[in-house]
Each structure stands twice: as C-alpha cells, then as structure tokens.
Write a protein that binds this ligand. Structure first.
Ligand code: NAI
Ligand code: MG
Length: 341
C-alpha cells in the first residue's frame, strides 16, 4: 500500500479533493489515503490550530500530499494560510512549483484566432523565495507616513536550482521571465544564474522576457512557449493567466516538488472559491489532474496518462461542469472521468 496524505482544506477544497480520491481509488493500484480533515479554517477559528507537528509527521510519512485549498473569508489573518501552505512549501523545501497549461478543448480558449490557441507549456515557479518570504515590516503605523515594506529575497542557491530544474525539464526551449530592467538586485542575480546555467544547455533555445511583455505574449501567442521559469510572485500571476488561456482555472493542476528529496504536494491552482462553496458546482478536474501529477511522481505514468485522457474525453463530450461548457455538478463530473477511464 502507498499512503497519500490528503488535506482537503476549506471551501470547495473538500468537494474537489473527494473526486480526486474517487478517481485515484478507482485505478486499483493500492493507494491508501490518510485524510487530515481537521486542518481547516473551522479548527483555526475554534482553537487557533493550523498544521501541527503531529500533522507534519503524518504528511512526511506519506508518498505525497494531495491538497484542496486553504482560505476562508471568516479568517482575516494571513497567518492562517501561511502556517499551513507556506509551512508545507518551506519545511519540505518544495522549491519547484510546476504548473502545466495545456488547452483542454478548442471551445474553451478565450482567444479569437484559432491558429494561436494551442497553449501547451509549463510554468516553473520558484516556490520558496521572492516576495513571499515574509521579510519586512511596517513603520509609523496609523500615521500618514505609514510605510509597509515586503522585501523580495533571491539567493544564488535558490535561483540557480530552479533555473537548473527548468532547463532539465525542457526539450526545446525555456523562457526566463524577470523584471531586471526595474528590479535591480534580484534582476542581476536571475540574469547571472540564467547565463551560468544556460551554458550547459546548448541544445535549448533560451529566451528572456520581462514579466509585463511575458503576460502580453502569453495571450498573444501562447503556443510559442514550452517552459517558462520565473520567480515566486510573477509565477503566481502568470500561471493563473496561462490557466485561463488553457481553458480555465478550475481545470488547472499543479505540483510543488523537491526533485532531490522526492517530496511533493499536489493541488489545483485555484483557491477555496467561497463564492461557490457548498453549491456542488465546483469543477473537480484541477484536483483530479493534480492527482495525475502525483501518479507521475509515483512512477505510475500509464495511470497518470489514463486519467488525463479520461479528463480530455469528458471535456470533449461536455460531461463536465458549467465553467467548461457542461452541465454537471462536482460529483457527476468526477463520475464522468471514472466512466471514461
Ligand atoms: P479562487 O481561485 O478561489 O476563485 C477565483 C474565481 O474562480 C471564483 O469566482 C471562483 O468561483 C472560481 N473558481 C475557482 N475554482 C473553481 C472551480 N474548481 N470550479 C469553478 N469555479 C472555480 O480565488 P480567490 O477567490 O481569490 O480566493 C479564495 C480563497 O482561496 C482565498 O482565501 C485565497 O487566499 C484562497 N486561495 C488558496 C489557494 C491555495 O490553497 N493554494 C490558492 C489561491 C487562493
Ligand atoms: Mg495563486
């Protein structure tokens, strides 16, 4: 038996993760789920608990983690999500956030020109540094001179390992995205790491774009990208953009991984969607496709491809949720994938 730690989380998290577990279970490959259903906003509001040390032990002992979403409008403090999501990313050193964007079906593309719709790229987002490290503070709080500072931290170690991963992951080309024309210090570091590591990959087409142009190009000519590597915050934003160009946030999957240790956390790109939580309408395909990425990690490539194929067929047949042009609810969309397997 292979144990998967599951953190359903908040809002639509438990609804979509349930369907991912149904699909994975259906493969009959001996997966066992250790569900941490107490890690959510309700527990936090009751007694302040988040991800405790015992939970971390359970998470570490599994072969991978499947997560729904963390975030609840009743919780005002950013500490809640940080203590769960960022604790997992930082303590397990999941420095690669791997976010594929592949057009699910032609009708889902928001682009007018059919020749430009075929996005099939991977966004590799640095996941442990950048703007999200919580370095900074606020001075003169409550006055007209209040000043808030969030420092963006980039290290040679951190930048070179994620760029190295992206270069190894590509077959044809990698595009490095930064804002070196305005953000001087990190910009210089990213540029230097890019040059240093790129030399070892003469077989690849290496391009560079500033983040504003990259956003424009992702809409204008998304099919021109294969692998994009960028920092934490640009990657956060560009991956939602790429997901929408690929057919919608609800079907976007992601993996937070440490390629050296093999630790991995798999989650849909979307959040807890409080606006539709409890309505049974959430799209479970992002969670199901995240489960497929977990299968890749377990070496179950055939099964992972089978799940992806089943999702493709369900979408093509409109056996999917409203956001993908179907009429099914969450559970029926999950069942559609199972029946396509
Ligand atoms: P969101 O991704 O939850 O929702 C954005 C929009 O997309 C909403 O209109 C929502 O209804 C729709 N949507 C999202 N997932 C969908 C699905 N599976 N099916 C159909 N429609 C879907 O982003 P938002 O509203 O900014 O954040 C809500 C909460 O989620 C916040 O507390 C935020 O911090 C948290 N969040 C958590 C993440 C995580 O756990 N990794 C990632 C992003 C947000
Ligand atoms: Mg995001």
């Amino acid at each position: 038996m292979t144990t998967i730690a599951v953190i359903p989380g908040d809002g639509i998290g438990p609804e979509v993760v349930e369907q991912a577990m149904v699909v994975l279970d259906r493969l009959g490959i001996g997966l066992k789920f250790d569900v941490l259903d107490h890690v959510n906003a309700t527990s936090y509001l009751r007694d302040g608990s988040t991800l405790e040390t015992a939970d971390m032990d359970r998470v570490r002992s599994g072969a991978g983690i499947l997560l729904g979403a963390i975030g609840d409008p009743r919780v005002r403090s950013v500490d809640y999500a940080r203590e769960i999501l960022l604790r997992l990313r930082f303590e397990l050193d999941l420095y690669v956030n791997y976010r594929p964007a592949r057009l699910l079906h032609d009708r889902l593309s928001p682009l007018r020109d059919p020749a430009r719709r075929a996005i099939d790229c991977v966004l590799v987002r640095e996941n442990t540094e950048g703007l999200y490290v919580d370095v900074g503070g606020t001075v003169r709080e409550g006055t007209d001179h209040e000043t808030a500072i969030d420092a963006e931290v980039s290290t040679y170690f951190g930048v070179s390992r994620v760029i190295g991963f992206a270069l190894r992951a590509a077959r044809h080309g990698v595009c490095m995205v930064d804002k070196a024309n305005a953000v001087r210090n990190s910009g210089e570091l990213w540029q230097r790491c890019w040059r240093d590591l790129g030399e070892a990959h003469p077989e690849l087409v290496k391009t560079h774009l500033y983040v504003d142009v990259a956003a424009m190009r992702l809409v204008e000519d998304p099919a021109s990208f294969e692998v994009i590597v960028t920092n934490n915050s640009y990657g956060d934003i560009l991956s939602d953009l790429a997901a929408q160009v690929a057919g919608g946030l609800g079907a976007a999957a992601s993996a937070n991984i440490n390629p050296e240790s093999g630790a991995g956390l798999y989650e849909p790109v979307h959040g807890s969607a409080p606006d539709i939580a409890g309505t049974g309408t959430a799209n479970p395909f992002g969670a199901i496709l995240s489960g497929a990425m977990l299968l890749d990690q377990l070496g179950r490539t055939d099964e992972a491809n089978a799940v992806r194929g089943a999702v493709d067929r369900a979408v093509a047949a409109r056996r999917c949720t409203v956001d993908l042009g179907g009429q099914l609810g969450t559970a029926d969309a999950g069942r559609a994938v199972v029946s396509e397997l």
